[in-house]
Design a protein around this ligand. Structure first.
Ligand SMILES: Cc1cc2nc3c(=O)[nH]c(=O)nc-3n(C[C@H](O)[C@H](O)[C@H](O)COP(=O)(O)OP(=O)(O)OC[C@H]3O[C@@H](n4cnc5c(N)ncnc54)[C@H](O)[C@@H]3O)c2cc1C
Length: 387
């Protein structure tokens, strides 16, 4: 098989990248190890993805947005940050931005489904499911991907979009800074009698971190971060006990909460690849930058990276240049690093400070929040960043 671009991984990043180049005249293959059935009807995975206005616009341009039922898109108007047991919160308000909301919330499985559908409707893209990559080789002349069934795919450019634990990144000899927080996040949807007023909560309580993402109606996506044994017990807990336990963990601020979905657990591991490109090779999505979910920017960064790299490739095509030239890939790396690195580092610092319950850290946590809430330009800047 002789094509232009091979993408390993048909997650939201790999599929959106393929779609971004679907009308460029390039022939693209996406290699995914899951089955076609799993991709065409993705199961609910617990993740509610907070999307910025910029991401919503990029999804419109890719044709994903209109494939998502408007009723399934929830407005994210405000954000509140709580510390310990205090009722005082640092508030980020949509009124500090020109928009009527900071962003939107959409279930990850709906994003995956929309991305699959747009790819399937693009004749220039071939999707190979249940594909096992046996080896990859890139040199100055091209890329060769060998599949376990013996098939050989030759292209000009290879893209690694195979998650934060990317095997493609490792096979290309690229190291990554990985940080395991030693904690697990449990996500599920819960109904509650007290309205969330479309505000997201990030609650750095002592001994646990709670987040609440407002969905349409009287329901929210609940995210609880705890050590593995505590999450294991929550995952197995009978539903009535679970409802009581979560209502109590939220100090009944939302009334009696009730589980209305399956529960899902994710290890809290962040990744920043040492390099984002190699010879005829680029990393995108979580394979490039695997964010801590506390600032809700993983897929948002994935989309901006896709926009940057795909427009570089389109410009190269328009001027008859190599779509995998070193200089082109380097420009992508520099731009994506500039865009992602500051928030990646800031998120780490916040997660470390607010995950620390020692007396000096408690003092710093409270002081930082109080100072932040008094500085209007800071709040406006963060609200602008969220939006
Ligand atoms: C609890 C939680 C909440 C989140 N909330 C937000 C949020 O609010 N906002 C936000 O922007 N982001 C959020 N994120 C991050 C977001 O979910 C990710 O950034 C996004 O899903 C990454 O997409 P991806 O395509 O890069 O990787 P993935 O979704 O991991 O997809 C990778 C794909 O590659 C395939 N694959 C892996 N290895 C191979 C291989 N060797 N060969 C072939 N295929 C392979 C996999 O099967 C999969 O289909 C959250 C994440 C979590 C865990």
């Amino acid at each position: 098989m002789n094509l232009d671009i091979a993408i390993i991984g048909a997650g939201p990043a790999g599929l959106c990248f393929a779609r971004a180049l679907a009308e460029s005249g390039l022939r693209i293959v996406v290699l995914e190890r899951q089955t076609e059935a799993a991709l065409s009807a993705p199961a609910f995975d617990g993740r509610e993805i907070a999307l910025t206005h910029n991401s919503a616009q990029l999804m419109r341009e890719l044709g994903l947005w209109e494939r998502i039922d408007a009723q399934a898109i929830s407005a994210l108007r405000d954000a509140r940050v709580f510390n310990g047991s205090s009722l005082h919160s640092l508030n980020f308000n949509h009124r500090d931005t020109p928009q009527s909301e900071l962003g939107y919330l959409v279930s990850n499985h709906l994003i995956r489904k929309a991305a699959y559908d747009v790819v399937k409707s693009s004749p220039a893209i071939t999707l190979k499911t249940e594909a096992q990559v046996a080896s990859i080789k890139t040199d100055a002349n091209g890329v060769q991907v060998k599949l376990a069934n013996g098939e050989i795919i030759q292209t000009k450019l290879l893209i690694g979009a195979d998650s934060r634990f990317s095997e493609t990144r490792r096979a290309m000899g690229i190291a990554a800074d990985m940080h395991d927080f030693g904690k697990i996040m449990m996500v599920c949807v819960m109904e509650h009698p007290v309205s969330h007023q479309h505000a997201a909560w990030e609650w750095f309580d002592y001994g646990q971190t709670l987040a609440l993402l407002p969905m349409n109606g009287m329901r929210s996506s609940v995210v609880i971060t705890l050590p593995p044994q505590a999450i294991d017990s929550l995952m197995k807990m009978p539903e009535d006990d679970f409802n009581r336990e979560i209502s109590a963990r939220f100090q009944h601020r939302l009334g009696a909460m009730r589980l209305v979905s399956t529960r899902h657990a994710y290890p809290l591991v962040t990744v920043y690849s040492k390099r984002l490109v190699g010879q005829r090779f680029a990393l995108i999505g979580d394979a490039a930058v695997g964010m801590h979910p506390v600032t809700a920017h993983g897929f948002n960064f994935g989309l901006t990276g896709i926009a940057t790299l795909s427009s570089e490739i389109k410009a190269a095509l328009a001027s008859g240049q190599d779509i995998a030239a070193d200089r082109l890939l380097l420009r992508y790396e520099q731009a994506h690093r500039r865009h992602t690195r500051p928030l990646f580092l800031a998120t780490h610092a916040i997660a470390k400070l607010y995950g620390n319950d020692s007396p000096p850290a408690r003092f710093l946590r409270t002081s930082a929040l109080r100072v932040g809430s008094r500085i209007s330009p800071f709040k406006r800047a963060v609200a602008g960043l969220l939006a």
